[in-house]
Design a protein around this ligand. Sequence first.
Ligand code: SF4
Length: 253
Amino acid sequence: MATTPELKTEEKKPVTSVTLKVFRFDPEKDKESRYDTFQVPVRPGMSVLETLFEVLDKQDSSLAFRYACRGAVCGSCAMYINGSYRLSCETQLAQMGTTEITVGPLPHLPGVRDLVVDRAPFFEKYERVMPYLQNKNDPKDKERIQSPKQRKLINEAVDCILCSSCYSACPVAWTNKDYLGPSALNKANRFVVDSRDDATSERLKVVAGEDGIWRCHTIFNCVEACPKKINQTDAIENLRRKTVSQKMKFWKR
Ligand code: SF4
């Protein structure tokens, strides 16, 4: 069975504690945000999320952070850790290569308290692309069968766990609050390429609008931030190609 490497110093001695700096802000009490520092004892295999629990249980019960599954499938515990977007539940201290860990909330989303952000702007965009299968015909069988080739087209996109990291990392979303953003566009593409969906025209109409695909500057921040290694920029490019070819068909009529 694979074992988790222990966190070690440069001298290869086992580390007994890490210095955890955590972003703090309580809108009901604080005028300004700050970082609080905690010394947290280390256990083998410990994740960043577990260090936050250690603080919550033993040092400061007022610390607020969000989590749910603790297995990298719900996206709730996405945070900004040592300058990178990460899921705190799957980020082990041994991976960090340092004993100083700085944890902040997802940038560019409205803060609620400490590490908790309001994801409403993200989900509002998500809903606009109609993130569900649309098919007007009843299937003859009990399920709508896909070939392995058809399924392959959606393999990557369905891994999205709605963590909001890509939206938080997108410079276009920072400056345009109406931009649909990488995750919603990836979801739109997921249904556009799905052989079972027949609402392509409706979806392309939404994504080709003023706040959709043409706003992307192909900066790839979203791809870098994604914990599931989804290429949202590729999905946006595909939506652009589909939109252009649909328009060309219209003009050729
Ligand atoms: S595409 Fe990746 S980064 Fe964006 S919400 Fe989905 S899982 Fe998170």
